[in-house]
Design a binder for this molecule. Structure first.
Ligand code: ATP
Ligand code: MG
Length: 360
């Protein structure tokens, strides 16, 4: 362990805001622990020392060069430091609960490891577009203060045809060595080719390498894959994940919550939320947010600061017709208020009979 003098020096330099000295001392400690064979502890000290050097970041700012992908990786790995938190994502209770637990498991990794357990790190978010999958990955990074590395899968495949598996290996090397949340968006793009007529060489190799790397990884990072098409992912793919979360289209209470969030600053006391929710059937949370923004813009341009029920309904209807959705798309449950949903301990999402698939 560190000597008392070293510890005092560390705390003192931090208290005095002497970042350089703090960094040097932390690095010395890491080197000393390395020599004693405590490589994990040394690695953690280095990582936290790196964090101390990073200035506070604005939302989604580019990370410092320290964690930004360099060289080859820069072409297909996008890095950011999201300030998004889990409370920013409107989710049904059971999904929110699982994500919160993932954050706790990651933070308490060592305690789990002492008992031979590991935090869950390989996550699959499955569900329709605009339901918060990417946002959730950003929120995990934001909660943990990890960088978010988005793997540009499509670019990877088309740009490096023939060498994709090698590039994937590089990404997984980074997964192992640079702690972060690694987001593989739309992995169905990989899986779709398996079993299709185009199922030749390269596509199969890429997916197989991805699955193999996923299996092999034991590092400190969180891997999030997303898909709109879970049905085309076979069991071989699904079983590689520690947790599969089903994202769903929002209904009543979640609709109201999404609308209200975008209307902060407007007078909305007279809005008939139950009536409004009836007009949001079939729309994703992203669409509902966009409709709220549309209504807000129109209200501002009409020199008003009070949002009218009719304005919200009109914006939602416009959105639905853009998507070719007829009728109101609402149902009895869809008109429930936020209040009644809270009492059910559920943010109010359309259940489609799917359950969270959890590996134990
Ligand atoms: N559950 C949610 N809670 C709060 N905002 C949401 C939610 N879902 C979507 N949004 C809003 O819509 C935007 C787009 O959502 P996001 O990119 O997370 O969707 P997605 O599920 O990843 O969609 P896709 O499958 O098309 O990638 C978000 O930035 C946010 O403004
Ligand atoms: Mg997405």
């Amino acid at each position: 362990m560190a000597s008392a003098q070293q510890l005092i020096g560390l705390v003192k330099s931090h208290a005095e805001g002497d970042e350089e000295r703090f960094f040097d001392l932390a690095m010395q400690l890491a080197a000393a622990e390395d020599q004693k064979g405590h490589t994990r502890l040394a690695e953690q000290l280095r990582q936290w020392a790196d964090v101390s050097r990073t200035p506070p970041r604005p939302a989604m700012a580019k990370p410092t060069p320290l964690a930004a992908p360099r060289g080859d990786l820069a072409g297909f790995l996008d890095a950011s430091y999201p300030s998004t938190r889990l409370k920013d994502v409107i989710l049904p209770f059971h999904l929110e609960d699982e994500l919160t637990h993932i954050v706790t498991e990651t933070r308490m990794r060592e305690r789990l490891e002492e008992k031979g357990l590991r935090p869950r790190r390989r996550l699959l978010f499955a569900g329709p577009p605009g339901t918060g999958k990417t946002l959730s990955a950003a929120a995990l990074a934001g909660e943990l203060q990890f960088p978010l590395f988005t793997v540009l899968l499509h670019g990877l495949i088309t740009k490096f045809m023939g060498e994709t598996a090698q590039k994937l290996r590089k990404i997984f090397d980074a997964v192992r060595t640079v702690r972060g949340v690694y987001l593989f968006d739309e992995i169905d793009a990989l899986a779709a080719s398996r079993g299709s007529v185009n199922d030749i060489g390269e596509a199969r190799r890429i997916l197989n390498s991805f699955l193999q790397f996923l299996d092999e990884d034991t590092g400190p990072s969180i891997i999030v894959a997303t898909t709109n098409l879970p049905e085309i992912l076979d069991r071989a793919v699904l079983r590689r994940f520690d947790l599969v979360l089903p994202y769903e289209m929002p209904k009543g209470p979640a609709i109201e919550k999404a609308l209200r969030r975008r209307l902060i600053g407007f007078e909305a006391k007279s809005v008939d939320w139950a009536e409004v929710a009836l007009h949001a059937g079939g729309l994703s949370t992203a669409d509902i947010v966009a409709a709220a923004e549309d209504a807000a813009r129109r209200t501002v341009l009409a020199h008003q600061d009070r949002i009218e029920t009719i304005a919200l309904i009109a914006s939602l209807d416009r959105r639905r017709s853009l998507h070719g959705i007829g009728g109101t798309g609402g149902d009895a449950e869809g008109s429930q208020t936020l209040h009644s949903a809270r009492s059910r301990n559920d943010a109010g999402f359309q259940g489609q009979g799917r359950r969270i698939v959890k590996k134990t």
